[in-house]
Design a protein around this ligand. Structure first.
Ligand code: PHE
Length: 338
């Protein structure tokens, strides 16, 4: 009865005081538990009357607790009581752009500013567009520079294969249009190579083509220099080394000062301070003629780079395979770069 009075008198709706109440009466070490423990010891006759009283007492305490709790809840705004509406929301999971898509877009945006448009073409190509029009002679070892996946031998325009570079898109563009051309050709290309951290059987390229009257090697150098400053930051150095491609003459490979060690020497640049990022050159007059363009009137330059390589230098990715494994632990790291 002493407790009954206390319970009845209890009227706070404050959460902490209510919790004290719950512990005191209903808790695992509470009064009710104690009484029920003592109850086990009494005689069977007594149990019948006492049991009823005890049960009523327990119900009283529980009912009181429940009603006060609800009341307290309502006072603070209904069933959502205790919710702090000023807390930030939980948010929901969004995906991330693929690093190659990020880099591709960045490169395209830089060249857009110079007036380059984007051109695309098929990944399954014929020999003419992938090799012959680009001045790769029939049975010439230069074709072995790019290990090819063949699909079908001997078609109308030669063997059908997976394109080994997006230079094929340059041919398609020149065949079907009139100069001037100023375009980028991004896309997936395939080469029959063993898969490792440094090579894959497919990768992504961006090639560029500029054909007009009086285009010179100086235009090529200035364009690529501008590109590198935009992509890797001002002060990035470039150097050109003579090279060979069947479709350009003269041809060069372009290095940039290592983006990681800034020229001091590291694993990435093999302690040389330089890393190669692209091939380039003046479009060979034979290629222009193959595509029906007057090589006396027009000249042009072309360049080609692997997007993976550009991304590796930007994000310090050491294994090419990460790009195609779709491991979310890798991909989700690019979330902030929407
Ligand atoms: N097509 C060349 C390659 O895949 C790259 C390149 C393009 C080089 C244009 C020079 C000019 O290796």
């Amino acid at each position: 009865t002493q407790y009954t009075a206390e319970i009845n008198a209890f009227s706070t709706t404050k959460a902490d005081e209510l919790e004290q109440f719950r512990i005191k009466f209903l808790g695992t070490k509470g009064i009710i538990k104690d009484i029920f423990d003592e109850f086990k010891a009494v005689s069977p006759e007594e149990k019948r009357t006492l049991g009823k009283v005890l049960n009523e007492f327990k119900q009283l305490a529980e009912a009181k607790y429940q009603s006060l709790k609800e009341e307290g809840g309502q006072a603070q705004g209904g069933k959502d009581a205790g919710m702090d509406l000023t807390l930030p929301g939980e948010g929901f999971e969004v995906g991330a752009r693929h690093p190659l898509a990020l880099v591709r877009r960045e490169i395209v945006e830089i060249f857009n500013k110079l007036g380059f448009i984007v051109a695309e073409g098929p990944e399954i190509e014929d020999d003419w567009h992938n090799f012959s029009a680009l001045n790769f002679p029939e049975e010439h070892p230069a074709r072995d520079m790019q290990d090819t996946f063949f699909i079908k031998k001997g078609g109308e325009k030669g063997d059908i294969a997976l394109r080994t570079h997006t230079s094929s898109v340059q041919v398609r563009m020149m065949e079907h249009g009139k100069p001037p051309f100023r375009a980028l050709m991004p896309g997936r290309v395939y080469r029959n190579e063993a898969i490792s951290a440094r090579a894959h059987c497919f990768f992504h390229q961006i090639e560029g083509l500029y054909v007009d009257e009086k285009v010179s090697f100086a235009d090529l150098k200035q364009t690529l220099f501008y590109f590198v400053q935009e992509l890797y930051g001002e002060g990035t150095k470039v150097r050109f080394r003579p090279s060979y491609f069947p479709f350009t003459e003269p041809s060069a490979e372009m290095d940039i000062s290592c983006t990681i060690c800034k020229g001091d020497g590291c694993q990435l640049c093999k302690y040389s301070g330089w890393v190669e990022i692209l091939g380039c050159g003046m479009v060979d007059p034979n290629v222009l003629e193959n595509c029906g363009i007057d090589s006396k009137k027009y000249s042009g330059f072309a360049f080609g780079m692997g997007i993976e390589r550009i991304a590796n230098l930007k994000y310090e990715i050491k294994d090419l395979r990460l790009f195609s494994e779709n491991d979310t632990r890798f991909l989700s790291q690019f979330k902030s770069a929407l």
